[in-house]
Design a protein around this ligand. Structure first.
Ligand SMILES: *[C@@H]1O[C@H](CO)[C@@H](O)[C@H](O)[C@H]1NC(C)=O
Ligand SMILES: *[C@@H]1O[C@H](CO)[C@@H](O)[C@H](O)[C@H]1NC(C)=O
Ligand SMILES: *[C@@H]1O[C@H](CO)[C@@H](O)[C@H](O)[C@H]1NC(C)=O
Ligand SMILES: *[C@@H]1O[C@H](CO)[C@@H](O)[C@H](O)[C@H]1NC(C)=O
Ligand SMILES: *[C@@H]1O[C@H](CO)[C@@H](O)[C@H](O)[C@H]1NC(C)=O
Ligand SMILES: *[C@@H]1O[C@H](CO)[C@@H](O)[C@H](O)[C@H]1NC(C)=O
Ligand SMILES: [Zn+2]
Ligand SMILES: [Zn+2]
Length: 581
């Protein structure tokens, strides 16, 4: 084969490969990128991520960057729409960056953009907030033998800038010029020469370049090579919203960000100038910190002193039957790949679900909710331990599981500001054959057969799940869940038609009163030795908030359910009384 044919051949392979993935087509959307031949997209140090500022630590080694020729107005050569993004290619070997904790000199190759038609299209999140857009300045490490930057974990340095849409009157001239080219590059692989004098510094504007986050990750597009040292500048670039809208509008690409990836134990650090939230630790017991539950209301921005707090004691006799409390629709509760990772937060063990996969609606809820995570509340490893948050007629169960759902039409930030922004499904957990629940459960009398049935069906799933606990003994550690576990398997055959309903709050700071609570009457059955693994592995116990006052709230109960024995009895009694007197 002659050289020309070989080159042609390789080019064709490259073309086919790059066309194999997309953000919005039918096949090879981000969740399938890992299946592409030779792809690294399923590995464990992927990008983008959510930068949770409460776990970011300051690193004094992250000094100021040295930028070379960033203000050169002749360094941007072309602008292209390549089907995945709008990319500007730089003149070769002219613009450079070093310092900022980087291990060498990096040469700027190109910069490109991530956006969404709905106005939140950044790839990285900061405390769950998605900015309007994100700009990536892609640089390659100089002096890498053979130029093989992809085989070094810091072969590529990406400087990420968040872009915030403003509505200020005057438009920045450099951004106006840059976006004017979007008219001219529609259609795939359309390239325009950049004839205006725009520099990178003109586009970056007033961002304080000494404030930034740092972590090790990957390219955010296939093949997702884990070769990137990431810098995310804390301050966003401010650009008029009319200019930013042109990206989805002119390209016809409605969004081009990859969903956020698991941290999997990686560290996020910040330069010394980056403001980080003041750490206000809270805890459940007075050995560990100043802010025990009685003092949670003193935390900054706390809602913990409000009138509609959770958990509560559910008095079954005063619960009002409500016919609107119908069956739930559970989407993907049977999907055994829905659990992405499991983490020890220091307050609980939390299972994080794949983005946008699991949903809940119905059950008297007025919206569709996306299921984000579930977590647990427990007592000690003692056989008679009590650690549920809610109590029923003053009875506390051994454990409680909370499945946390967010209104699908709101961001998490917005959801915690709405009284129905979140819906939490609470399930009590107790050992099979426990008799304690029978007096409150409306399955009284049929208790024994139900519990034997459920034992066999769901214990495998609980064994698989609790098996991970030994891998997350360290606080803040997180591991990927690779075993096949569906939420349905964990819940077993609990009756999901029979539940209590009330309006309340998150049961941990900041206790936002944004939760529609569903507390199921029947208990999930889990062997005692599996339950005991939560306190023993996590290293802390009694992680439940004390009962809060009901104030003027009402507790509702499903109407279809059979009336609990004692209620029926007292009703009968009052009837008799009426008859007699
Ligand atoms: C900066 O740009 C000028 C041309 O504008 C070039 O001569 C010079 O070599 C560049 N500096 C570096 C360090 O690349
Ligand atoms: C984004 O822009 C809006 C509108 O100008 C402004 O209110 C907001 O503070 C900005 N956000 C950030 C993080 O800069
Ligand atoms: C876009 O293309 C039109 C027509 O080809 C041309 O007149 C205009 O100058 C171009 N705009 C830019 C910013 O290059
Ligand atoms: C760009 O800069 C060069 C010299 O630096 C100047 O001659 C030219 O007029 C400028 N072009 C524009 C469009 O401003
Ligand atoms: C780093 O940059 C910031 C702002 O650009 C400046 O205030 C600070 O003095 C610089 N620090 C050092 C050590 O040069
Ligand atoms: C937990 O932390 C210790 C010390 O910080 C470390 O040696 C150990 O490897 C960690 N264990 C896990 C499972 O991450
Ligand atoms: Zn990018
Ligand atoms: Zn909870």
């Amino acid at each position: 084969m002659d050289l020309l044919r070989l080159v042609l051949c390789l080019t064709l392979v490259a073309l086919v490969k790059t066309n194999e993935w997309c953000y919005t087509c039918d096949h090879h959307t981000p969740s399938h990128w890992a299946e592409i031949n030779g792809s690294h997209c399923g590995e464990h140090h992927q990008s983008p991520i959510d930068i949770v500022t409460s776990i970011v630590t300051t690193d004094p080694k992250l000094d100021n960057f040295t930028f070379v020729n960033f203000s050169s107005q002749h360094s941007i050569r072309t602008i292209t729409f390549n089907g995945h993004s709008v990319q500007c290619d730089m003149e070769d070997n002219e613009v450079e960056v070093s310092g900022g904790g980087l291990s060498g000199q990096y040469s700027v190759k190109q910069f490109h953009f991530h956006w969404s038609k709905d106005g939140s299209g950044s790839e990285h999140l900061v405390d769950d907030h998605r900015y309007t857009m994100e700009m990536h300045i892609v640089t390659e490490k100089k002096d890498v033998p053979g130029g093989d930057v992809l085989s070094h974990k810091d072969g590529i340095a990406v400087l990420g800038f968040f872009i915030n849409a403003t509505e200020e009157n005057e438009m920045s001239e450099p951004w106006q010029m840059l976006t004017s080219y979007l008219e001219n590059i529609t259609g795939n692989n359309h390239t325009a020469e950049l004839n205006h004098n725009i520099s990178l510094s003109d586009l970056i504007g007033h961002v304080d370049l000494s404030r930034f986050y740092r972590y090790m990750g990957s390219l955010t597009t296939p093949m997702c090579d884990e070769a990137v040292v990431w810098t995310l500048f804390q301050e966003p670039i401010q650009v008029h919203k009319d200019l930013l809208q042109k990206f989805p509008e002119k390209t016809g690409l409605s969004f081009n960000y990859r969903p956020s990836q698991s941290l999997n134990g990686r560290k996020i650090t910040a330069s010394p100038a980056t403001p980080l939230p003041e750490v206000h630790p809270w805890c459940y017991d007075d050995h560990h910190c100043d802010h025990t539950p009685d003092h949670w209301s003193e935390l900054p921005n706390s809602n913990c002193g409000g009138d509609s707090q959770s958990p509560i004691d559910i008095d079954t006799q005063s619960a009002t039957a409500d016919e609107h409390l119908t069956s739930f629709n559970f989407i993907n509760f049977d999907n055994n790949r829905a659990i992405k990772s499991i983490t020890n937060t220091g307050h609980t063990v939390k299972c994080i679900l794949e983005d946008g996969l699991v949903e809940v609606s119905g059950g008297g809820l007025e919206h569709v909710y996306s299921t984000l995570q579930f977590h647990f509340h427990w007592g000690t490893d003692a056989a008679d331990s009590e650690g549920s948050e809610h109590t029923v007629d003053s009875h506390r169960y051994p454990m409680e599981m909370h499945i946390v759902n967010k209104r699908k039409d709101l961001t998490l930030e917005e959801a915690v500001q709405h009284s129905d922004g979140l819906a939490v499904l609470g399930f009590f957990i107790e050992a099979p054959g426990s008799s304690k629940s029978s007096s409150h459960s409306d399955t009284a009398g049929t208790e024994a057969p139900t519990s034997t049935e459920s034992t066999g069906s769901n214990m495998e799933a609980w064994k698989k799940l609790t098996h991970y606990l030994s891998a997350i003994k360290n606080i803040s550690s997180e591991v990927e869940v690779t075993e096949e576990i569906a939420i349905d398997d964990l819940l077993g055959n609990v009756n999901r038609e029979s539940y209590f309903r009330y309006s309340g709050s998150l049961t941990t700071p900041l206790c936002n009163e944004a939760v529609i609570w569903t507390v199921f009457k029947e208990t999930v059955k889990v062997d005692h030795d599996l339950m005991a693994m939560f306190p023993t592995n996590a290293g802390y116990h009694d992680v439940f908030r004390p009962r809060q006052s009901l104030h003027s709230r009402k507790v509702y109960t499903t109407a279809a359910a059979t009336v609990p024995g004692p209620v029926l009895f007292s009703l009968l009694l009052s009837c008799l009384c009426v008859l007699f007197f």
